[in-house]
Design a protein around this ligand. Structure first.
Ligand code: PGA
Length: 233
């Protein structure tokens, strides 16, 4: 829930320009931007094929009388190719539970969207040493059946690292990503890391085995930082 219309459009233009000026970035990266709902359509008009469009959530239901919701079908209709689901802010602010997230993901897949499903433990859970139990359960219960590398990306985001400037250590990231990889049947599913990723730490994080990309929050609000992460990947 960041930005204004003009700010989002400037950001989209700067990202597109940055990719056009550095076409080698496309050899290493796929780009996706997920602006807030009101800015999806105008931002889409600024994007080229090199930068895909996604939303930050979708409804669990088909189109119909569900005031205030936005369906996966509507997102597909406006050319979104991805939707983020189960972000820790959705889990926390809206009490979204694993089963509900799985139902949304199934709905998104039916509409032809790819899903980025977020998992991650809280600081308290890590202090208790139960992070794998927590993330294992989230993986088991927030993924619908039939997830494949074609329709699903996982994002591991330790809740305590989101927007805090704290990142997990490379060892902790490596351990968790390898754990998640072991939980997934389709071994080609990409696993992103998210949580205070920035140009200064991205090279180290992206070099960790089983880290296949980043889900960037704060640093995506500045084109130079967002592109800076792509440049060191
Ligand atoms: P951050 O956010 O990069 O600002 O930590 C990550 C996220 O919100 O997914």
């Amino acid at each position: 829930m960041n930005g204004t219309l003009s700010g989002c459009l400037d950001l989209a233009r700067d990202i597109v320009r940055g990719v056009q000026e550095n076409p080698q970035l496309l050899e290493q990266n796929e780009f996706l931007v997920c602006p807030p709902y009101p800015y999806l359509v105008p931002v889409k008009a600024e994007l080229t094929q090199a930068v895909a469009l996604g939303a930050q959530d979708c409804a669990m239901k088909d189109n119909g009388a569900h005031t205030g919701d936005v369906s996966a079908e509507m997102l597909k209709d406006i050319s979104c190719s991805y939707v983020i689901l189960g972000h820790s802010e959705r889990r926390h602010d809206h009490q979204e539970q694993d089963g509900y997230i799985a139902a949304k993901a199934a709905q998104a897949h039916r509409a032809g969207l790819k899903t980025i499903i977020c998992v991650g433990e809280t600081e308290e859970q890590r202090e208790q040493g139960i992070q794998e139990e927590v993330v294992g359960e989230q993986i088991r219960d927030s993924l619908p059946s039939h997830v494949t590398a074609e329709n699903t990306v996982i994002a591991y985001e330790p809740v305590w690292a989101i927007g805090t400037g704290k990142t997990a250590t490379p060892e902790d990231i490596a351990t968790m990503h390898s754990f998640i990889r072991g939980q997934l049947e389709d071994k080609e599913i990409r696993i992103l890391y998210g949580g205070s990723m920035k140009p200064g730490n991205a090279a180290e994080i992206l070099a960790i085995p089983n880290v296949n990309g980043g889900l960037i929050g704060g640093a995506s609000l500045k084109a130079d930082d967002f592109l800076g992460i792509a440049k060191v990947s």
